[in-house]
Design a protein around this ligand. Structure first.
Ligand code: SF4
Length: 269
């Protein structure tokens, strides 16, 4: 099913952010083709008037460049996060190059840019990223297995492509980190370790992780999607407490990061 695409005008493109350590959120699109089952940004749909389900529409902020130009005149050295409620490198970006054009504006300014993505398309802008004084790319990778990814993040880049992108960015001295979030409790500790090793071997300088938030993530959809592959987990999902699981996962990830001398941060959202 092709996503429904619309062009919209925005009043503001740099919006104050409640995310710790981030001054402004920058989202070139509303909606996200990646269609992750646990997406925390689905609430954005209510502002769009779209009838299509989340993951099947994208609004392009066609005046984003002009608005950004004006807003950049008024802000000093701030931290901007690209992609807080959308993925700025979702498939449509290949055609519109809107994110790229915004990066070209940002590259001339003294600011800290944090890019959050699940797409290897970010490599298209590698040379541009190397022009920034202070930029960091954070890839979300929640599983080492592409069979999980196909269920949970159907239209995002494959795990292999994301890890290759981490490796490429790190090799070009771009700061790159990996966010394991949400950490979904079907992941055994062995599988978590497999992911940690892969991420570490690719050169990520920091690993962050977060728990699954049932309310935001739509437990019902996750339950039916995971029923075939993880029947035991799917059965217990709406009722079970995963406190002990997350305590163990915290320990495993923290110990791994400490043993490799890289930063490990458990995010509590
Ligand atoms: S990439 Fe992010 S914004 Fe896009 S659907 Fe997935 S979780 Fe939501």
């Amino acid at each position: 099913m092709q996503p429904k695409i619309r062009e919209v005008q925005c009043k503001s493109i740099l919006n104050k952010s409640g995310i710790q350590g981030v001054d402004f959120a920058l989202n070139p699109y509303i909606g996200c083709e990646h269609g992750c089952l646990y997406c925390y940004a689905k609430f954005m749909k209510k502002y769009t008037g779209h009838a299509e389900p989340w993951g099947h529409f994208v609004d392009i902020k066609v005046n984003a460049r002009e608005v950004l130009e004006k807003q950049l005149r008024r802000i000093g050295r701030k931290t901007i996060m690209l992609g807080t409620v959308t993925d700025a490198y979702q498939p449509i970006e290949q055609r519109t190059m809107l994110t790229r054009s915004l990066l070209m504006q940002l590259a001339t300014k003294d600011l800290h840019l944090h890019i959050q993505t699940k797409s290897s398309l970010v490599l298209r802008d590698l040379e541009l990223l190397t022009r920034f004084n202070d930029v960091e790319v954070c890839f979300t990778v929640i599983t080492p297995d592409d069979a999980d990814r196909v269920i949970l993040e159907p239209r995002a880049s494959s795990i292999r492509d994301r890890l290759r992108a981490v490796e490429t960015l790190a090799s070009q001295q771009v700061d790159v980190s990996v966010f394991i979030g949400p950490l979904i409790p079907f992941m055994s500790m062995g599988k978590i370790l497999r992911l940690l090793k892969a991420v570490y071997n690719c050169g990520a300088k920091e690993i962050l992780w977060d728990q699954l938030n049932y309310i935001r993530s739509n437990a019902g959809r996750l339950q039916s999607a995971l029923r075939e592959r993880y029947p035991r987990f799917a059965k217990t999902l709406p009722y079970a407490s995963f406190d002990a699981y997350y305590d163990k996962a915290d320990q495993v990830i923290s110990e791994f990061c400490a043993s490799r001398g890289i930063e490990g941060i458990g995010v509590k959202s």
